[in-house]
Design a protein around this ligand. Sequence first.
Ligand code: NAI
Length: 684
Amino acid sequence: MTPRVYLERDGGIAVIVIDNPPINAGSAAVRQGLMAAIETLRNDDTLEGAVLIGAGNTFIAGSDLREFGQPLTEPQLPAVIAAIEACGKPVVAALHGAAQGGGFELALGCDARVAAPGTVVGLPEVTLGIIPGAGGTQRLPRIVGIPPAIRMICSGERVLAAAALEAGLVDLIATGNLRSAAVAHARQLKGQKRLVRDRQVPPASSADVATATTAAPQAGKRRPAVQAAIDAITATAQVGFDDGLADERAVFQRLRVSREAFALRHQFFAERESAKHPSLGEATARPVERVAVIGAGTMGSGIAIAALDAGYRVLLLEQDAAALERGTGRIHAHYASRVQGGKLSASAAAACEARLQTSLDWADLASADLVIEAVFEELGVKQQVFQRIDALARPGAVLASNTSYLDLDAIAAATSRPHDVIGLHFFSPAHVMKLMEVVRGQSSAPDALATGLAVGKRLKKMPVLTGNAFGFIGNRLYAAYRRQCECMVEEGAWPEQVDAALRAFGFAMGPFAVADLSGLDIAWRMRQAQAATRDPQARYVHIPDRLCEAGRLGRKTGAGYYRYPEGDQGPQVDEAVHALIAQARADKGLQPRELGDDEIVRRALLAIVNEAALLLAEGVAERATDVDVVLVNGYGFPRWEGGPVFWARERGAAALQEDMLWLAQLSGPGFVTGDLRHLLTPEN
Ligand code: NAI
């Protein structure tokens, strides 16, 4: 086995190199190697100090998360840090790339930190449902003070080297060679220990502490790890370093095996896997620098912003001068508000806008490496647009459609190069939403799809590969969920009860408030289009149609499932809707019954799980865990619940089979049950 840690000598300084590619994760082998190296440092009289440095392009960028669900192997990280503190000689951490989580805690346990420009440091543990467990909550406040430590740990924020220097998190930025700078620093410290544990916690006003302890849980969605982190940080000034350290470790050990931590780790791995696609073989992405966006509407302008933010040169193309002006205005207003809100510097905003070219002249398309179409959702219009693109785009350019529901193959067929055509399905607002579906048509070339995935990554999106089927993965799952919620309303629940139960479960919004926000007419038009082919025996809930027929199209008409009075008061329960629903039940001769919140949540989740099983069987979704990535990143499913597949696996095969029989019975005729086997088998 390659040694994970090795010791080199630079005069009297030991250079301890951590070599555990690709990210130098702090595994058991790394900890053992560090322990042995520190032992050598302590016992070897010819050594006066040491530098800890990562091989390759990073320090320890994080921990080996797979260890966290099992009994931990010795030595554990706190013991390694304790050995550094007790070795009697100065140890300098040389940071480059990323020093996060356990990696940054290790650095905080050293006598000094020297960083290369561009390094990021951070303690993102709460985003994984745990708290820093190797002194992060005790050492960080001794450097920055309690309120900033709360902000940094509870948000899991990544701090860049320059800001880290200002905050005292690093002592020096190495302008030249990092290793030499760190060695020189270690020499300067000869004979001294400068431990963070020996510092006093800087005083903070109780008002500042109160502000930080109130704001952090709100920003952190009131998850238990956030509160536990606050408690550990604020305790340190009262209980002292050693007791604080022991308490922190106990909380870490408890949280790392909590259900929430398992769920968040599941989501973490699901997201990491979603970018890997064995079905694309060795295909590599085509180079993309210039992106053309066609259509400057809601989506087109959002996509343009996302591409500008990612450093692409963007051409925004329209057919209509007024629409182009409106779209350009939206982009400009967006950057102006980010500058005004202090989120972006004026020069960075100007640089983004300088990369934007707007045009009504289609000949400009010729220089684009990637064309993203975001025009009206009509097949005929899209086919015409793709014919024009085909005539003008350079050979090898990737041609993408942002369609939500149309058949990608029918769009690709309008071109002479269907292998270059893929779907890039963004979600609204396109510059904000993380999810991006990359749609594989029957002719899409693997390298065109790989390009879509690579562009998604550069746009800082969560790209998920999907087959070409009506609604792709996300909208199809969501439609099944919404239909089940409509069934429950027909049976006796009120929309506000369904919304409240699902919000209490953790969804960002309830399905009926979401429907009102997006407008009820889109789904209505779709149901009308499908009316001729619908199975007349299948259960059909008429309530949404009745709302639309009454002119209640959602927020935009001031009424939908809720009322929206003038002035932004949010959704108001409306007796008229109750009456309309009661009438719809009576028309079918249904006796309303009470549905408990537990039934509501269970049926809503089971409907998603069942649809996921169907998508997997049809090959639309390649991997069960992609379903979790889609719902968490595109539909407000609570991340800390892991996703519907995590939930289903936790229930287990036997209980789930029984649940599905129950769901099928309640859902009535036309409900198609999926085969759960594939969904229940973990991929790795
Ligand atoms: P929109 O109506 O706001 O914008 C469409 C724009 O395309 C208009 O500015 C129009 O002038 C322009 N356009 C129409 N025909 C054109 C042509 N032949 N050549 C050049 N420009 C043309 O529509 P929106 O909401 O931006 O949607 C665009 C596409 O994105 C649709 O396919 C839609 O299904 C898809 N989409 C929409 C989402 C949404 O929430 N609005 C979410 C995901 C996808």
